[in-house]
Design a binder for this molecule. Structure first.
Ligand SMILES: [Zn+2]
Length: 360
């Protein structure tokens, strides 16, 4: 007989006090004779980082050792499910590691030629976009990532990476392979075509307007704003001000309106999920920071935590804490909804039924 472990306390999202048992890596609420109490506290379904990059640093792909450290940092921050929003490294080996977070890969970013961070993306011409979309759909775990817009040095401002018809063909090609599509979108111009073409998710979304929010609700489009990343807009504006004043003005304007833009989407009912944008220029292991950032712009704490836990798991098709589910959860010694700061000091992290974490 395997030894059962008991976890006792309010189980989120409803906060009902329960005894949760882990047997053979799975959750049961059936009382188990002889179970030892492993931890008590608030029990939260494994956190989800819906926009993270494993295998990337400032210069492109990292080696497996560095990637492993990134994944461990994310895990020790409570993120037990990661949607990787594009990586230059082949990280599918992570699927074979029971001690690393569950991973849903988008394959490699697809960007316009010389219109993205060097070393990150497949950089392609408009006529090749659909071919690459289909290829990354086959390489990824059911998602692909497009770079929707970026600075155009010719125009001196943010501009769509591709014409709308090329995006539409790419979205159709990925859908035909059974994959969903998301895109990096800072500005406004790229959004109408993507949403109309049936894109599944928008990353960042600072260029949204009221009518586009309505279109997202109508189409069921999701939003992962990565508020911590958006907080860097003033730096981008400052860096570009001399050579690209229009770009600097656009980024400043998007940043000033960012909280109201995102909250308009939230109020209208666009499902919003938490993404730390760890990797590249942000550090790993900070999904807690994004939950706090969502609350800062106005989301209620329970919804912001759900955006990084149960709601995101449901969206991505991964079980929560139901009977028989894999035991993936985090325990906190205070109520995280009442005090989000406790997200930085989990008292237990259980992944596939095993207590993990290197200590912090
Ligand atoms: Zn990103």
């Amino acid at each position: 007989m395997p030894t059962a472990q008991r976890f006792r306390g309010p189980v989120l999202p409803d906060g009902e006090p329960r005894d949760l048992y882990v047997v053979d890596g799975r959750i049961t609420y059936e009382p188990q004779a002889g179970a030892e109490t492993a931890a008590q506290g608030w029990i939260v379904p494994g956190l989800v980082d819906a926009h993270c990059h494993l295998g990337l640093d400032d210069f492109g792909a990292t080696d497996d050792e560095a990637t492993e450290q990134q994944a461990l940092a994310d895990r020790d921050g409570g993120a037990l499910l990661i949607r990787d929003a594009g990586s230059a490294a082949d990280t599918r080996w992570i699927h074979d590691r029971d001690d690393l977070p569950r991973l849903i890969r988008c394959g490699r970013h697809i960007a316009a030629t010389r219109r993205y961070i060097r070393g990150y993306a497949h950089e392609v011409e408009p006529e090749d976009l659909a071919t690459y979309a289909a290829q990354e759909a086959r390489n990824g775990d059911g998602w692909i990532k497009l770079v929707g817009d970026w600075i155009s040095r010719d125009e001196g401002d943010l501009a769509p990476s591709f014409p709308a018809d090329a995006f539409a063909a790419a979205i159709a090609a990925a859908h035909a392979e059974g994959a969903k599509v998301t895109a990096h979108c800072f500005g406004h111009g790229v959004l109408p075509g993507l949403i109309e073409a049936g894109i599944d998710c928008i990353e960042h979304g600072t260029g949204l307007t009221e009518d586009l929010v309505d279109a997202m609700v109508e189409h069921g489009t999701r939003l992962v704003p990565t508020v911590m990343q958006l907080d860097k807009f003033p730096e981008h504006a400052a860096a570009g001000r001399e050579r690209f004043p229009d770009y600097a003005a656009t980024m400043t304007d998007l940043y000033d309106r960012m909280p109201s833009t995102l909250m308009a989407a939230y109020e209208a009912g666009v499902p919003i999920y938490a993404g730390s944008d760890g990797g590249g220029i942000s550090r790993h292991g900070n999904i807690a920071g994004e939950v706090e950032a969502l609350v800062r712009i106005g989301m209620p704490a329970h919804d912001a935590l759900g955006a990084a836990s149960w709601r995101a798991r449901e969206w991505l098709g991964v079980d929560g804490l139901e009977e028989g589910a894999s035991a993936d959860f985090v325990v906190y010694d205070r109520d995280p909804v009442a005090d989000l700061s406790v997200l930085r000091t989990p008292s237990a992290i259980v992944l596939r039924g095993v207590a993990v974490s290197r200590g912090r």
